[in-house]
Design a protein around this ligand. Sequence first.
Ligand code: ADP
Ligand code: MG
Length: 678
Amino acid sequence: MELKDKVTAVKGVGPKMEEKLGRLGIHTVEDLISYFPRKYQDWTDITPMDALDTEDEHVVYGRIVDVREVRPRPRLSIITVVLTDGRGAVNLTYFNQPWKRQAFDRGQGILAYGKVEYVYGKYQMSNAETISARPEEIQSLKKLVPVYPLTEGIRLQQMQKMIAYALQHMDTIEENLPSRVRMKYHLMERKEAVYAMHFPRSWEEQKRARYRLAFEELFFMQAGIWLLRKKREQGHTGIKCSPDGKLMLSVMKNIPFELTDDQKQVLVDIESDMEGLVPMQRLIQGDVGSGKTVIAALALAKIVENGYQGALMAPTEILAAQHYKTLSELYDGTGICTELLTGQTRASEKKEILSRLASGKIDILVGTHSLIEDPVEFAHLGMVVTDEQHRFGVKQRERLETKGDNPHILVMTATPIPRTMALSVYGDLDVSSIRHLPPGRQPVGTYAVGRNMLARIYRFMKKEMNMGHQVYVVCPLVEESEKADLAAAVSVYEELRTKQFPEFCLGLVHGQMKAREKDEVMEAFVQGKIQMLVATSVIEVGVNVPNATIMFIYGADRFGLSQLHQLRGRVGRGKAKSYCILYSDNTSEAAEFRLSLMTKIQDGFTLAEKDLLLRGSGEFFGTRQHGMDDLKVANVIRDLPILEEARKAAREEISHGLDVKEELARRFHGEFFSRIYH
Ligand code: ADP
Ligand code: MG
């Protein structure tokens, strides 16, 4: 039997089972043996019957003292098997499985595995799995049993059998890591690891097997990311800029504050990239309000000083307009010519901008994704800056890049990425971080509240609005559906507008409004015509309204910590003390814990790290582009130490000439692979 054979090559797998396995993504023998357990039943650890707790799954061993079947209704059979180990008793119950009765005899010794409940004063396990065993046999039966995620119509034992069969009858599982790597990092052989991952003889062995398989995955992922990076660098000579001259100095003079140490460091990183031979590929990550824009402005000025044009692309019209304003102020009197191009730019004006751009009269073009449209042509584009990168796909960014000849690339994001993620998500970009906010910012007072506080909170909002401040209200994410979100937002809006705050002017924005309508409401809020902005969770990224002092979030327990932090970053931008109020009816321990983190932690990086640990990387943007979705064993957050070793090894081996194309093709589907080998 070969790895690429269809699963029907496994004994007992017919067309029906093939179809069911297909639902789990298992089509070949290889898929089957790569379908690793979600967890293991630990049959090695027998719990005495007076030490059970009802939260957990346990293994018990006891003698059967009674077997009985009752049939309370014609079609209902309940079998109860009473086990005792001398210290306590457990009832095993089976519903509607009358044949089970034959499997149990009084006096017989039974190992049983299952979740323990406490019912009518007795410990009980429903549908426990059992093995009949004499006391002297127990030792040899102690083992870890793999548990697989299943689908309807496949039982656990069937899955175990199929996998065991495949493992036993397989030709071979070839080693795919160079022996040098295996020796250096003390890795199990591949074949051994696959076996041991399914049927480990001890936790120790399971750990080593998992380590090896996670290493392997991360090794190839990092190899791919490394190749991607090399591909960008190879044969691409960048625009080699000169050290700062007069123009840069005059822009610097226009900055009304002193740069923070972090900002200075990022600027040093950028300038040394730009003065080097290889085009810059750099990500700046910095919390909302950390001051990324001024850095972008300086980088763009530098490219202009060196005789090239720059582009700055933002995800929304408002943001583009804000950037345009900021840049125009910073470049005031320096002679740098900046223009704004968005979907709202009038046709005649657009035509003029395009022609001045193509003739090189415009130095810097700021805009939305209108910038990547076809008619936009630069005379000599030397730098592309994209803000809030995750709003754009990598493809969109690359489309802008091709409008120049190997331009320098700068990506800005306010979604803080812990080092772990940066290594794996952005392995192909260099990362600079602005970790500290400019001085003088007050922390946003953050409070988690429940229903009993609502009346007080509304009074507080009134007070703030009467003082001339503004308020954001974010409505709950109801579920995946946008429609439900909208309905919730509308009803909150109506309630607030008519009942709670009739004397104020409220506005509503939601995801189903046209961009222009949304922008109109946002603009009214920016200008202070609206005092309270009610929004679904899609509030425009990064709007700057320093006069807003309250961020009120309904159903805060439904949001991720990073998302809450982003929302909180909308306030606290002005001189007045600001507040973030997290409203939730969810009194579960987990929800309260998460919200309490928000009240204690102001730093976005720390929160993002906690968030990733609590929720996993699944919701992170961009992961698809870097093969993370294809990982089966490794977890890029928890396995950071493995990731770092695998990364080192991958770089070494690739520079020794290891060819990984075939492995990457097999492992990584979609964009990740095609970006490397295209
Ligand atoms: P973001 O990183 O979220 O894009 P911005 O660039 O919009 O942040 O900056 C937020 C605010 O902080 C702006 O009003 C900007 O002028 C101000 N700012 C930036 N850097 C500094 C600094 N070093 N000192 C004081 N204020 C600063
Ligand atoms: Mg910004």
